[in-house]
Design a protein around this ligand. Structure first.
Ligand code: GUN
Length: 280
């Protein structure tokens, strides 16, 4: 029986801690403000943006919502970002992704001032992480580190295997585990002997985007298994990249889906906003 890593509880703890910090900052005259920009009305994005606003309200962070029409041009979006970059009362800027196809995601990410890049997607933020300098860290992998630390799972000296090499999760996840002195291996779709490599992992972080792909044959007994995936299965039930019921009996610790990594992303976004307010 694995220890269940309760992301809902840990994210609630982090949000409570941030609420106290933000209250103190307010008393000292500092108000934290996050600008959230959504272009178009993708229903999933609307839900995510709504959840971010709710978290801001809970913690006491001011949120500015910019809901722009689908036909907004790249120039118009960049000009709004420029305006927010220059506005001293705005600490964080987040453009909800994906943006419509006629807008370059790359250009938008680069337009945000790295000091306000609370998503941690700007090349300057990514570069800072890889050379051990201060900067914002992508929220989901930062949340995984918090799950491990707050569950007293040691990373130093451990074999850490990350499956997936996306810019938002896999790559920053690997850098963060390395920063914590883990021995890190990154697996991806072209990796040979992926099962053998996963079997060596003390900590296995799965971010492949394939429902229920990782069964117990990939997992060493007693390993910590972190599931970053989120999907709907054939019965419309939420599931991860890990076949939970098969892996849980042999794992040492495991994150459920839902209620594992998912709730941590917003908690870490809120943490980045508070840091942006403190270090501006
Ligand atoms: N779309 C899905 N997840 C995210 C995220 O973490 N940040 C932004 N900006 N867009 C997203």
């Amino acid at each position: 029986m694995a220890k269940i890593i309760d992301g809902k509880k840990i994210s609630a703890e982090i949000k409570e801690e941030l609420k106290i910090k933000v209250q103190k900052l307010k008393e000292e005259g500092t108000e934290i403000c996050l600008a959230v920009i959504q272009v178009g009305n993708d229903p999933a994005s609307t839900v995510y943006v709504g959840n971010k606003k709710k978290a801001c309200d809970f913690i006491g962070i001011k949120s500015l919502a910019y809901e722009l029409p689908e036909e907004t041009t790249e120039e118009e979006l960049i000009s709004l970002i420029d305006k927010l970059n220059k506005d001293d009362s705005v600490n964080g800027i987040l453009v909800q992704l994906p943006v419509p196809k006629h807008i370059s995601e790359d250009k938008i990410i680069k337009a945000i001032d790295p000091k306000k890049d609370v998503d941690g997607f700007h090349p300057a933020s990514v570069g800072a992480l890889s050379i051990g300098q201060k900067g914002f860290v992508s929220c989901t992998p930062a949340g995984v580190i918090q799950l491990l630390k707050r569950s007293n799972i040691e990373i130093e000296g451990k074999n850490c295997v990350v499956i997936g090499r996306s810019n938002i999760v896999g790559k920053p996840m690997s850098m963060l585990l390395l920063r914590e002195n883990g021995t890190v291996t990154i697996c991806h779709s072209k990796t040979k002997n992926i099962k053998d490599i996963c079997k060596q992992a003390d900590i296995l972080v799965v971010a492949i985007g394939k429902p229920k792909m990782i069964d117990s044959s990939y997992v060493k007994e007693g390993a910590t298994v972190i599931d970053v995936g989120i999907h709907r299965d054939e019965n419309n039930k939420l599931c991860g990249d890990v076949l939970y019921e098969d892996v849980e009996p042999i794992a040492g610790a495991i994150t459920p889906v839902p209620g594992g990594v998912g709730p941590m992303t917003i908690a870490m976004l809120m943490n980045n906003c508070v840091e942006a307010g403190i270090n501006k």
